[in-house]
Design a protein around this ligand. Structure first.
Ligand code: PBG
Length: 322
């Protein structure tokens, strides 16, 4: 009987063999933890569709960030839900906006945790869109000024990095030049470069109260069927000055993570989004999956595809396990 000389099972026969030849390791170094900041005080309220994640008021978020830092996670990304929303999303660039206050609070309570801010308008606009709306249309170029004001206000508050998530054309260039002109040339930009108009953002929109009041986001976020366009989007953002490029969502886009990393070789982030998180939590609650093993398998898959950085709501629990 013929046997091949190479038997792959030889190196699978014990955990120590498997450890020695393991190609991909997820570590706490890879993780960014998202935090939702709301107006008011004394608020720590669990987000119903995202168990284990909370709305924090500014006076509470510093302590939470400290815990994140103590777990060894390198950074947090902040999302703000303002007290009042308006047409132009003015809470996004208000000096005393929730995010601006939260950045200052976290900087006080932590040593060197990276404070990254999501730059977008949708949580701050009454219509829930990521841009300026005129006659029912999301107007690209009018939005750019508002986004650059938001990014600048985050930098002024002390943010370490800004992350535009709006998908307007040209926003990375405008944000880069605004930061540079104001002395913030050392603040990096992590661009949501290839961001699909995905249905996996549902729980986030509930958490951020940012469901569009009319229409959808398909005129600015990408069609999820497109990969070549995703590469063009990434190329554009790099040309405009992005330091880190992000693919979002993660699980339906593992091919894009792989291609973006291969083609550009830039630090590549993947956003393991709210819907991906909530599905795991829901199935685990039903006892249908082994939660811990599934989460680690998911993050390993995202990393194996090529991600250097994973934004994930699982970050804290994973940091405890590792
Ligand atoms: C803001 C923004 C969204 C997410 C990150 N930044 C929502 C959206 O684009 O509708 C989604 C994150 C998640 O689902 O976890 N534009």
């Amino acid at each position: 009987m013929y046997f091949p000389t190479y038997r792959p099972r030889r190196l699978r026969q014990s955990e120590n063999f498997r450890r020695l030849v393991r190609e991909t390791k997820v570590g706490v170094d890879d993780l960014i933890y998202p935090l939702f900041v709301v107006a008011g005080s004394g608020v720590k309220e669990e987000i119903s569709a995202m168990p284990g994640n909370f709305h924090w008021s500014v006076d509470q978020v510093g302590e939470e960030a400290k815990e994140v830092e103590e777990l060894g996670i390198p950074g947090v990304i902040l999302f703000g839900i303002p007290e009042k929303k308006d047409e132009a999303g003015s809470g996004a660039y208000a000096e005393d906006g929730v995010i601006q206050q939260a950045v200052r609070a976290i900087k006080k309570s932590t040593a060197d945790l990276l404070v990254i801010t999501d730059v977008c308008l949708c949580e701050y606009t009454s219509h829930g869109h990521c841009g300026f709306v005129k006659e029912g249309k999301i107007v690209n170029d009018l939005t750019l000024e508002l986004l650059s004001k938001a990014a600048l206000s985050h930098a002024e508050a002390g943010a370490d990095m800004v992350a535009p998530s709006d998908m307007m054309d040209g926003r990375v260039a405008v944000i880069r030049s605004t930061l540079d002109e104001n002395g913030y040339q050392d603040i990096p930009i992590m661009a949501y470069a290839a961001k699909h108009a995905s249905s996996f953002y549902g729980p986030f929109r509930e958490a951020a109260e940012s469901v569009p009041q009319f229409g959808d986001r398909k005129t600015y976020q990408m069609d999820s069927a497109n990969a070549l366009e995703a590469l063009r989007e990434v190329a554009l953002d790099i040309e405009e000055g992005a330091d880190i490029v992000m693919v979002k969502p993660a699980l339906p886009c593992l091919d894009l993570i792989y291609r973006v990393k291969q083609e550009f070789g830039y630090p590549t982030a993947a956003y393991n989004v709210s819907g991906e998180y909530s599905m795991v939590k829901a199935a685990a609650r039903q006892g249908w999956i082994d939660e811990k093993k599934v989460i680690l398998e998911i993050l390993t898959g995202i990393k194996r595809a090529g991600a250097d950085i994973i934004l994930t709501y699982h970050a804290k629990e994973v940091a405890r396990w590792l």
